[in-house]
Design a protein around this ligand. Sequence first.
Ligand code: SF4
Length: 309
Amino acid sequence: MGIIHVVSVSGGKDSAATLLLALRRFGRHRVRAIFCDTGNEHQAVHDYLDYLEHTLDITIHRLRADFTDRFAVHRARLEAIAAGGPDYHPTAKFQWTAERAAQAAALMHPTGNPFLDLCLLKGMFPSHGRQFCTEELKRNPAVEYQIDLIDQGHTVVSWQGVRRDESARRRDVQRFERIGPGFYAYRPIADWTADAVFGFLAQNGVEPNPLYLQGMDRVGCMPCINVGKSELRQIAARFPEHIQRIAEWEKLVNEVSRSGKASFLFSGGWERIHERVEWAKTSRGGRQYDLLAGLIEPTACASAYGLCE
Ligand code: SF4
């Protein structure tokens, strides 16, 4: 028993730098690297984890949320409605018909993809206001892993690659914090800038994820539900297969959604991903096509961090 330093790796630069700091300070045997696999990442993220394991001579433990039990419960509820029983949520804006409930029940089985499974269970996609993806696909598996270590008698220090200049919400994060008995959070790069992070990785001979060189501001889900307009345009130009996958997920989630109006990106309306991509190609206000946007060269280097300079 003793102190275990757990680093949650995302495939991005900040967590890579944090992992490097933890390893330099405490060594491989006292550091555990974990990765919460949402099932919505680009293959480059998985390749980058392999690269980190090889370069740093470590193992990164892959964690995946499993919703099998919740599927069984939800399927039983839908089957009951299909058999003539009452809706389990009588005040909902949209009500199930027996026919739609039967169709939804038939689809209510785990696919093996955590992101899609969660959306099927919820009958909707996450949004900025209801960001259940972060909680259920990333936070919960990471917390469960660390609670298990505490239950085994370890003290856990959770190293988090969070920077204050990333967003207003993170401006006041503390460098060190007690979360609970035997459980602490440490944020060693809280005061670093993005440039400092890239510089630190370079000094230590660690490459950043190549997605930064392909127009991605952040490395995580592809796409993230909070994707910006220009990044969505970049994804559509460079990785159209991800847009197509989301379009297929939208069809499936709509089959099991009460409203039948689930869309991956919230726009205030019911626009599907392909419509949002078309919008992303427009200039301000969405009325006019931005001709430059249509001329994106998919192989050109366009890092938002200026790595190509
Ligand atoms: S990266 Fe975006 S889509 Fe993925 S879990 Fe986080 S908020 Fe959700």
